[in-house]
Design a protein around this ligand. Sequence first.
Ligand code: NAP
Length: 550
Amino acid sequence: MPDSHDRSLPSPEICRFGGVDVDAVVVGAGFAGMFMLHRLRGLGLKARVYETGDGVGGTWYWNRYPGARCDVESMQYSYQFSDDLQQDWSWSEKFAAQPEILTYAEHVADRFDLNRDIQLESRVNAAHWDDRTGVWTCSIEHAGEIRSVTSKFLILCVGCLSAANRPSFPGFERFQGPNYHTGYWPKDPVDFSGLKVGIIGTGSSGIQTIPHVAAQADHLTVFQRTPNYVVPDWNGPLDPTYEAEIKADYQGLRRKAVTRPSGIWVPFNTDSALDATEEERQRRFEEFWGYGGLGFMGCFGDLLTNAESNRLAADFVRGKIREIVTDPEVAEKLTPDNIIGCKRLCVHSSYYETFNRDDISLVDLRTEGSIEHFTETGLVVGGIEHPLDAVIFATGFDAMTGSFEKIAISGVEGQTLKQKWEAGPRTYLGVQSAGFPNMFMVTGPGSPSVLSNVLVSIEQNIEWITGCLGTLLAGGKSRVEPEVDAEDAWVEEVNRAAGGSLRSTCSSWYNGANIPGKPLIFIPYIGGIPDYTKACEAAVENGYAGFRMR
Ligand code: NAP
């Protein structure tokens, strides 16, 4: 099938708008920034991408910890804008590991000739809007120097999980051994052989790291504050027949996927767990456990809306933990007592088995005391020192808002984004925020982002932004921003949707509870991809209702 987008577009030499260095500054060269650049070129705009890392790939550039792997099937966690690309690329496994996903990102950058408009090792520290001239000025740090770059548009492709959370534990500066954060893992492989290693955190990153480090280290001590539910992925080589079936009608799969709230096509039932007999229920739970992955939550339609249905699914997984982990005391510590799927479900096929090794210990911070302080050679919990040669922080991220707020962004009348979002983020459709004209966010707060296959959300957001900019340019206009009323109504809708889900009932990074002092607001839009897309399309059909173009 001919693909009108699958070609390299020349970057315009001159700006469409006068008096600026580039038409658009894009921040971040992850999957969002790369595709945004491709589409901006398609609009004939001169764009430049600034990226802190020394390569493309974003999340998959930074998260190089051992065992890092995507838990959305790679046939779906991939771009769909180019049919040639999706037909040509072959994944080696059902769920690809970080190195392969990074290679894919690099392939895309080469294939679409993106690198010449991406400036690496360049951190955007600040961005200031001049309301008189209608120009953004970014302050960009590169090779120890700060440079100003002016643009008409500022497009933030900074990712949802890219501002690391590194809690400050007393005495940390005294600790003599090396320390690592899963979200900023070094490029050179780390060898833990012969070492006593500690890991703090048992979210998705910790859960993927633990089996690998346990296999290598002399001893691994896991410091767990909250146990998580982990379902198997049964990962393996990608079945060529399965791949061929998908490629025979790739667009068909993509179209089906966006009918699902998550944008992922996996088996999904709509009936209630309460309507099934005990026998039927267990059969269904086993079937979905066998299918593997995040799709486990699709066993029944009401696992995230009905507490009793949720408890039944949670009990099933709790039973699995007790079956797999041989020491009943360890099994008990690993067993969560909260809503399954409230914190993000974790995926791994040998996590629980790892705790049957004799060179791993589990410190339960709920019952054995919280982390008191580091010493030169260890970590003290409940008065007991755990000797450590190295420590890994798997403590997550200041999610969804942290990556925006770490840039000093100021809009109309000098108001900063941080000030505006002090009581929680405010956006219209997650793509713009009132008072910050010509600034766009890809997978911003108030969009489905982290609750979806983020590649689907990235492409949807970027196609929408491209359409918006195209309409603006076609109308001879140069400024677009949301109206405050439209933004207020959307914030209300985001809150309303969150209220209907059990997901808003626990402390998690979805609602900011993992960062001390962060407002407790459910940040992404939980209404699902179909409703979100409908809202975005409705705005367009009604002449960009809620947006002011001039
Ligand atoms: P996370 O889910 O936020 O987990 C952080 C862990 O650190 C939690 O266990 C947390 O405990 C603990 N922690 C934080 N502060 C602590 C403190 N002061 N003392 C003790 N423990 C502390 O972060 P993550 O594991 O990096 O994952 C974040 C998200 O990234 C995932 O949910 C997922 O969306 C994405 N991700 C995806 C994949 C994948 O595709 N497979 C892999 C990795 C990450 P509490 O739970 O008690 O707060």
